[in-house]
Write a protein that binds this ligand. Sequence first.
Ligand code: PLP
Length: 366
Amino acid sequence: MSGPRIQPSILDIAPYVPGLSSAPSDKRLVKLSSNETPLGTSPLAVEAYRGSSEFLHLYPDGSAKKLRAAIGDRYDLDPKRIVCGNGSDDLLYLLATAFAGTGDEVLLTKHAFAMYEIAARSVGATPVIAPARFLGSDVDSLLKHITPNTRMCYLANPNNPTGTFVPSGEVERLRDGLPDHVVLVIDAAYAEYVRREDYSDGIELVDRHDNVIVTRTFSKIYGLAALRLGWLYGPPEVIEALNRIRCPFNANGAAQAAGIAALSDTAFVEAAVTHNEKWRPWLEMELEAIGLVAHPSIGNFVLVEFERSSGRSAKEVYEYLLRNGVVGRELSGYNLEDYLRFTVGLEEDNRLLVGLLSEFLASANQ
Ligand SMILES: *Cc1c(COP(=O)(O)O)cnc(C)c1O
C-alpha cells in the first residue's frame, strides 16, 4: 500500500453524530436534542464575552489562572489541582492520551457517553464494554471486566443518554475495587442539576485517592456550550502530566471571561435547577400518562422507550416530530434503537412535545 497510513484503531471509530441543530427547512426548530439549557446564558456571562472582544488580538492566559481561581472559590477547591480545556471533551481525550495506548484497555459501560470509546480508540487502546444494569452502570459488572491491561475506567455520573446514576457509596465501592494503577475518570457534566442525597460528583474521592479525576463542564447548566469550556480536578501528578500534553491555549479568552462571570451568577444556576425540577417530573408524568415509558432520570433530559410501549418505532416518532419542528435525539449509535432522548425545554416546548406525541400515538391507534 502507498500513501499515508491512518492508525488502524482510528479507522475503527464510529464517527460521533451530534443531535441535529438546524431544521431541514427554514422552520424554527425546537431543539431538544443536545441537553443544552433552554434558559440561554447568564447576562453577566454575555457581557463578559462581549468585553473580551477588545482582546481578540492577544493570546489568552494559557494557564487560565483567574478562571481556575474562580472555579476554586465557587466549588471550594485548590486551583492548582484544576485544568481547564476546550470543553470537557478535550479533557476526556487528554486523559486517554495520558493513561492509555496501544494494547491497553479502557473500561466503560454499555450505553455510556460516546466520547469515551472515541477517546480510547484514538490513542490505540481497546474499549472494554461492561454490560449495563437497567441501562445504567453497574459496579460489579465493571469490576468483573478488569484485566491486567486495564488502565482507566470512564464513568458518566449521571450518564448521558440514559439519565441513570451510580449512588455515591457505589462509586466508592468501584474505586476501592480498582487496582491502584487504574484511573477512575468521573464525568459529572450534569452535577449541578442533581438534587439527591445519595449522589456526589466524586470530588471528595479525588481528595482521598491518587487515581480519581472528576471532569465538569460549562456547556450544560451554565449555558456556554458554544464557547467550549470544561475543567477537571485531579491529583497533583496527573495535573502536572496534563499540563505538559495539553495545547497551551486550550481554553480560549472569550470562554475564560464568560466562564468567570457565569460562576458569579448563582441566581441563574438556581433558576435553571428550579426549572428542571419542575419540568422534568412534569414531562415524565405526562409521557407516562399517554402510555410511554420514561426511564427515571436525574439529569436535564429524559429517555423514552417507544415500540414496546406504543407500538410505534422510535424512528417513526423521531421523523414525525421533526416534520413538526421538534428535534429529539436518535440513539442507534448507543445501542438504544427503540429510544429517543429529549432535553427538558421551556414550558411551551415541553407542552408542544407532549401534545405532538399524544397526537401521533392516538392517530396510530385508530
Ligand atoms: C454534554 C456532555 C459533556 C460536555 O461536553 P463539553 O465538551 O464540555 O461540551 C460531557 N459529558 C457528558 C456525559 C455530556 O453529556
